[in-house]
Ligand binder design. Sequence first.
Ligand code: ADP
Ligand code: MG
Length: 278
Amino acid sequence: MNTKTAQAPKGTRYGTTAIPNNRAPYAKNVIAVTSGKGGVGKSTVSVNLAIALAQLGYKVGLLDADVYGPNVPRLTNTDLEKIRWNDESKIIPSENYGIKIMSVALTTPTSDTPLVWRSSVAVSALIQFLEDVAWGELDFMVIDMPPGTGDIQLTMAQELPITAGVIVTTPQLLAADDVSRAIRMFESIRVPMAGLVENMSYFIAPDTKNRYDIFGTGAGERLAQRYNLKLLGQIPIDMKIREGSDHGEPPVALGSDEQKKYYQDIVKAMLEQVAFNL
Ligand SMILES: Nc1ncnc2c1ncn2[C@@H]1O[C@H](COP(=O)(O)OP(=O)(O)O)[C@@H](O)[C@H]1O
Ligand SMILES: [Mg+2]
């Protein structure tokens, strides 16, 4: 990382992916969680990874960068909170389950208010969330990225030195081009990759305990091999994960030991995979 630009003052010019700015000098590490498509569990994984890091004693912030589909407040039971400012005119982030949280959903009258913003406005809002939120010192800033390979991903990679990228996908999508595109975007903008999370990997019937590989098996390993990525973990389809998430009760905090372990093991693998600044 270029330390000269990393210390660029506020209001500085936009960075480039080769020489990113550092709009979050208070964060020792930045983890970008992304996917090729929506609906694969990216927000669920982001929230639970962030909480799992906090459970290890790290100071963690979670930035909801999916401005057009901000789900983080609902997943963390902070969706009724409204934006507040401190004496220094900095936005006070929400806090729950041991992590600090910022989302555009906190700035809208209701959580289902649509944001009809051009992407330049969305990008400015996110830069403001990096610069004008009282995050305090953080060991990790986890970013729940929007799906795909658009403006917001590019801006985040230009305005932050991303320490590690995590790709979330389902086995069904593993063969699809969308995942490859997300991986190759990270590659081309030189974001170091922590690895791949295969979500909704299989289903264990609660009554018979039979395992069903609804979307087939082995796809995660094949993709990891093709792109030389670590398969950080496989999370099954679990009704309790869906229910808990819908009620703002993250499985890693309030689920069974088994559910906690899925996310805690992924964090362990991630911490082993990347030389984080700690
Ligand atoms: N492992 C899982 N088992 C069951 N449901 C899941 C699992 N992971 C995510 N979900 C559910 O799938 C839906 C999409 O997940 P979400 O995290 O919002 O995806 P994304 O952010 O990629 O759009 C949500 O209803 C969520 O609760
Ligand atoms: Mg989401």
